[in-house]
Design a binder for this molecule. Structure first.
Ligand code: ATP
Ligand code: MG
Length: 449
């Protein structure tokens, strides 16, 4: 049971109060709605401010002629007002039209009735409105649910999830980020309608998934709602219940992956890498001498992870970062300076830190009996990396004491320049050549012959 707080005016930007009071002076009912009203009652600073009004967008526009205005959202009734370099969105009260495709209301219908606007919102705790003089408007028992941390659909859950399947993903996101739980009827409807998540556009799903994955309460969502997540991420399904060998493992492949994802630092690229690192275990599982093996699983994980990230339209750069980590998560790095430099060459400084963090999370999701030995190894590895960085070791082309122009001056041209530089770098990283200009130039001349 959380005690709710009286709304603290000092948390509300002056710009927000100004917009609301100006519109109200003109006679239009105007208030804060949605996430900010929820968060203010929890004593949390809202991430954004949703303002709702009975005024039509053109009336809002005319009320603030002196402000810069953003019109992208106009067809949904949203006008952006720029104040103190911040954008504040003001949306005309809307009521629900018909949904035909589980995604988009067929039409946007404006209304001057705030209760109709609140009725179209997803969960009761997100369906409260507030303004300074009027106080709270809470027609669906949002406060009571918020106190209990309960996500309850406004109205009939089946219907609400059918109208817009994304709401199911939002429910999981609020659980993972806020630690809320699902009210029983809402939970049942979600189980029943989860397959409709396939109808939601990748971009909308991804926006919620990203927040879900970086949430502080990720683990129970990954474990308890795995069948729902598998609608969006079918690649995880073969891991459910897949046994893994003792003494390393005490969890099945999915529980292990989920634990690794919840353990790793809450950055999206790392969470995705942990989530995907063992995807290939389903395809590669084989039995020998009564034991299960997953030979070559990292490469299959890379391929499956790549497919998953492509389908959800992740940016190429993120996809490459993640899949490289996945492909190499099992690479053995001996506790030797040369080996460390090679891995610095392969991953770069930030990339190698990511790899070590992935290895740490992977270990923490395995048998605790092995933690001391394996974490000690990681600490030693980490300090070797630090040594190399402190020493200013050369591990990338930009650190190399010669560059492309030098090799061209020696008569190399075309792709040979890049190949020559790479060959020199390999030798420096391996410790076969010092990173000294004259010596490297001489070595390059030898390469030419
Ligand atoms: P956050 O703190 O993450 O911003 P939020 O609840 O404000 O959480 P938003 O995505 O900003 O989430 O949405 C603002 C409000 O719009 C919600 O509080 C909710 O009232 C309503 N809303 C958003 N998406 C939907 C949806 N798919 N169906 C119904 N109502 C929605
Ligand atoms: Mg919001």
């Amino acid at each position: 049971m959380t005690e709710l707080k009286a709304i603290d005016l000092t948390r509300i930007p002056a710009a927000v109060r100004l917009i609301v009071s100006r519109l109200r002076q003109q006679g239009w009912e105007t208030c804060l709605v949605g996430g900010c009203v929820r968060d203010l009652q929890l004593g949390i600073n809202p991430t954004d401010w949703d303002l709702a009004t009975a005024a039509m967008p053109w009336q809002v526009s005319q009320t603030f002629p002196q402000l810069e205005q953003l019109e992208q959202g106009l067809k949904h009734g949203t006008l952006g007002l720029v104040l103190d370099k911040q954008v504040y969105e003001v949306t005309t009260f809307r009521r629900e039209g018909d949904y035909r495709d589980h995604r988009h209301p067929d039409q946007v219908l404006f209304t001057t009735d705030i209760n109709s606007d609140l009725a179209r919102r997803d969960f009761t705790m997100n369906a409260m409105a507030w303004w300074e003089e009027g106080g709270l408007r809470d027609p669906f028992g949002g406060q009571a649910d918020l106190r209990q941390g309960l996500l309850r659909c406004v109205g009939q859950p089946e219907r609400r999830f059918q109208e817009d399947a994304l709401r199911m993903m939002r429910a999981l996101r609020f659980m993972a980020v806020r630690g809320f739980s699902l009210q029983a009827d809402t939970a049942r409807a979600l189980q029943e309608h989860r397959s409709e998540l396939t109808l939601v556009a990748a971009e909308r799903l991804r926006a919620e998934l990203d927040r879900l994955l970086t949430g502080d309460y990720l683990l129970p969502v990954l474990l308890d709602w795995k069948d729902t997540l598998a609608v969006v991420l079918p690649e995880i399904r073969p891991l459910f219940g897949l046994k893994q060998p003792l003494p390393w493992h005490i969890y099945d492949a999915w529980v292990h992956s989920a634990r690794a994802a919840a353990e790793i630092a809450p950055q999206l690229r790392l969470r995705l890498a942990a989530l995907c690192h063992d995807l290939g275990k389903g395809e590669t599982a084989s039995f020998k001498d009564g034991n299960i093996h997953f030979y070559g699983h990292a490469e299959v994980s890379r391929r499956l992870g790549d497919e998953l990230l492509l389908r959800l339209k992740y940016p190429n750069e993120l996809r490459q970062t993640v899949t490289h980590l996945v492909a190499r998560h099992d690479v053995e790095i001996p506790l030797k300076a040369t080996a460390v430099r090679r891995r610095l060459q392969e991953f770069g400084q930030a990339g190698l830190r990511d790899l070590l963090e992935l290895k740490r999370a992977d270990i923490m999701a395995q048998n605790p009996e092995l933690w001391p030995r394996r974490l000690a190894y990681l600490r030693q590895l980490d300090s070797l990396v630090q040594d190399e960085l402190n020493r200013g070791s050369c591990f990338s082309l930009k650190d190399l004491a010669v560059n492309g122009r030098d090799l061209m001056a020696l008569g190399l041209s075309g792709p040979a320049v890049g190949q020559g530089l790479q060959a020199l770098l390999d030798r420096v990283v391996d410790g076969n050549l010092p990173n000294e200009r004259q010596i490297l130039l001489r070595a390059a001349q030898n390469l030419l012959r």
